[in-house]
Design a protein around this ligand. Structure first.
Ligand SMILES: [Zn+2]
Length: 366
């Protein structure tokens, strides 16, 4: 099963500048990707863009997904997956395994909080927790464009998975995979403090798998493959098994003249996988330098054209003013993006979890 966040609604036109619409064909395209594989799709519709077009279009998107045999969770009527209806209808070995799992959605943010009352909210997550199951939280949370996870968030998340975020209810999640920041954030191991509880897995943000925005920062993300199986120390309990993950990147030709002809290709980002950090600011600074040189050149040409003689002094004054503006921009960017830096200490490394007994193929053969 592939789980993803569907940020936006199927609609022909945007409803406002910040609204997010998708082509109706995207469900078909997703199915096409996995047509020869026995894989189901599960998409989350609880995010800040779910209410961009109102309930009718939201419901239409949900219906269209069902028509294409894509499972949806995140509507207030279906905050968790799998539900009884799905399990009864499927009734095979995989659904038998799925019946031990509870995947819960919930969003911290809504762009239309007054009208969008038909999706599951992050603050309700404890009411969807199921003590008898392996609980996965799939939240739409935290802050956009921050590579580095704020210290407060790190502490809260660790608490959430060790004890639950409400000390009276004690509902600790087994696996958490977050989305919304648009940039990939750390995947980390929440080490257990007791022998009776397995280690847990926390991915702060998957970044963007793909998006309709053609800017650099919106075209990076990560994919994670996670095995869940019987815990080696307790056959009645499920735990996280081996975890594999990779950075991904959208390759695109942004200069294509006809907008509709532009396509994106989602690729495994080997270059980034080999690096220990994820840092794109340096590239931006380089762009800034190139642009400032280009502007200086254009200024020189304009001055040459109007004055018929090159006024070197004026060019340098203009260039200097532009450089000051550029440096102020960089300073603001660094201040605002204080968290756009890398912290390798919280687990941005390829790590394998080994606290689960399944699914080691050798063991299954025995
Ligand atoms: Zn979002």
């Amino acid at each position: 099963m592939i789980v993803g966040n569907l940020e936006g609604i199927i609609a022909k036109k945007k409803s406002g500048w910040a609204s997010q619409n998708h082509r109706g064909d995207i469900f078909k395209d997703l199915k096409e990707l996995t047509k020869n594989l026995n894989i189901d799709w599960l998409l989350c519709m609880s995010n800040n863009h779910s209410g961009d077009f109102g309930y009718c279009k939201f419901k239409h998107t949900w219906d269209l997904a069902i028509e294409n045999e894509i499972e949806i969770f995140g509507p207030r009527k279906r905050p968790c997956f799998p539900d009884g209806a799905y399990l009864n209808q499927k009734n095979d070995k995989f659904s038998e395994f799925l019946s031990k799992i509870n995947i819960v959605s919930g969003t911290m943010w809504r762009n239309h909080s007054k009208t969008c009352n038909y999706i599951s909210l992050y603050e309700w997550k404890n009411s969807y927790f199921n003590e008898k199951k392996f609980n996965i939280l799939y939240p739409h949370w935290h802050y956009e464009n921050e590579d580095y996870v704020r210290e407060g968030i790190q502490e809260n998340c660790s608490e959430l998975m060790k004890y639950g975020d409400d000390s009276y209810e004690k509902k600790p999640w087994d696996l958490v995979f977050g989305h919304h920041p648009h940039v990939p954030q750390a995947i980390t191991n929440i080490e257990s403090e007791s022998d009776e509880i397995p280690n847990k897995l926390l991915a702060y943000s998957g970044g963007n798998f793909t998006s309709g925005v053609w800017r650099d920062k919106h075209n990076h993300g990560l994919i994670m493959k996670c095995e869940i199986g019987t815990w080696i120390k307790d056959a009645n309990r499920l735990a996280v098994g081996e975890v594999q993950w990779s950075y991904i990147r959208n390759k695109f030709n942004r200069w294509k003249f006809w907008r509709k002809n532009r396509t994106k290709e989602i690729i495994i980002d080997i270059e980034q996988n080999n690096k220990k950090s994820y840092f794109i600011i340096r590239k931006r600074i380089l762009y800034g330098v190139y642009i400032s040189l280009l502007i200086a050149l254009i200024l020189a040409v304009i001055l040459l054209f109007f004055n018929f003689q090159i006024d070197i002094g004026r060019i340098f004054i203009n260039l200097g003013v532009f450089q000051i503006i550029f440096l102020v921009y960089i300073a603001i960017m660094f201040k605002r993006r204080r968290y756009r830096k890398i912290n390798n200490n919280i687990g941005l490394k390829k790590e394998v979890f080994s606290n689960s007994s399944l699914p080691s193929s050798a063991r299954n053969i025995e």
